[in-house]
Design a protein around this ligand. Structure first.
Ligand code: NDP
Length: 243
């Protein structure tokens, strides 16, 4: 069980980067974290490490492109804890390329993970949150949800979509809090998915300015620990040196 004022927090894409850092921060603050990702070996080890440090962590295999999987992830938490206080829709991919490279499979993957995955997460938790009359959905967008750069047209489109979906959910809700977290350059494994060598190396070069993933975890912690009547709608967190 979480500590007295601790929350039950589901985190998608908890096997690396921002999801992993957020899990460590929230667990250290007394929340119970339920970790989801495809690389189950990673989240199993992470859950063990969190428990060894006195925290509460569970894990569940999750592919956010599957509605069934995402519902099973939420059901796991509901069966054990009878509530989901927070869903962090963090899973995301960023296989950047120019549009004329016609990397259609990568476009589909970004749409499936970054948009459908977020919608499936909402579908999995919204009914029980509505029933309880409270809950908090935190969606990871990006600075790329505010601006478009070459090679990032589709990635940006997915992150603009995350902001649009979040704003729609916020306007439809008087009970559920909705927060968008828009990171700038943040250290993680996100660039591993870029197959074009030149683009990957250019992005990795800019990543020398990146802030640690824990900076984003701290922003998420801030948003979820505000009083119930306070809904932090969006936080943009960039490296100070990022243009
Ligand atoms: P990482 O690549 O380190 O983490 C991405 C996570 O998403 C992994 O845990 C991965 O787990 C998970 N994931 C990918 N596909 C799926 C899937 N189909 N089902 C379930 N989980 C999946 O990158 P970040 O930590 O940087 O990314 C986290 C979020 O932050 C993303 O939404 C990203 O777009 C956003 N972001 C990151 C920025 C940065 O500079 N790092 C800047 C702006 C936004 P697994 O492979 O095990 O399934």
């Amino acid at each position: 069980m979480p500590e007295a004022d601790g929350k039950v927090v589901l985190i998608t894409g908890a096997s690396s980067g921002i999801g992993e850092a957020t899990a460590r921060i929230l667990a250290a603050a007394g929340h119970l974290v339920v970790l989801g990702a495809r690389r189950v070996d990673r989240i199993e080890v992470l859950a063990k490490e969190i428990r060894a440090e006195g925290g509460n962590a569970e894990y569940h295999a999750l592919d956010v492109t599957s509605l069934e999987d995402t519902q099973a992830f939420a059901a796991h938490a509901l069966e054990r804890h009878e509530r989901i206080d927070v869903l962090v829709n963090n899973a995301g991919v960023m296989p950047l390329s120019r549009l004329d490279a016609l990397a259609v499979q990568d476009w589909d993957q970004m749409i499936d993970v970054n948009i459908r995955g977020v919608l499936y997460g909402i579908a999995a938790v919204l009914p029980s949150m509505r029933e309880r009359g409270q809950g908090h959905i935190v969606n990871l967008a990006s600075v790329s949800g505010h601006r478009v750069d070459p090679t990032a047209a589709v990635y940006s489109a997915t992150k603009y979509a995350v902001r649009a979906i979040s704003e729609g959910l916020r306007q439809e809700s008087r009970d559920i809090r909705v927060t968008v977290i828009s990171p700038g350059l943040t250290r993680s494994e996100l660039t591993d998915g870029i197959s074009d060598n030149d683009i990957r190396e250019a992005v990795r070069d800019s990543m020398r300015e990146a802030i640690p993933a824990s900076a984003i975890g701290a922003a998420i912690q801030y948003a979820i620990t505000q009083p119930q009547q306070v809904d932090v709608n969006e936080i943009v967190v960039r490296p100070t040196v990022q243009g």
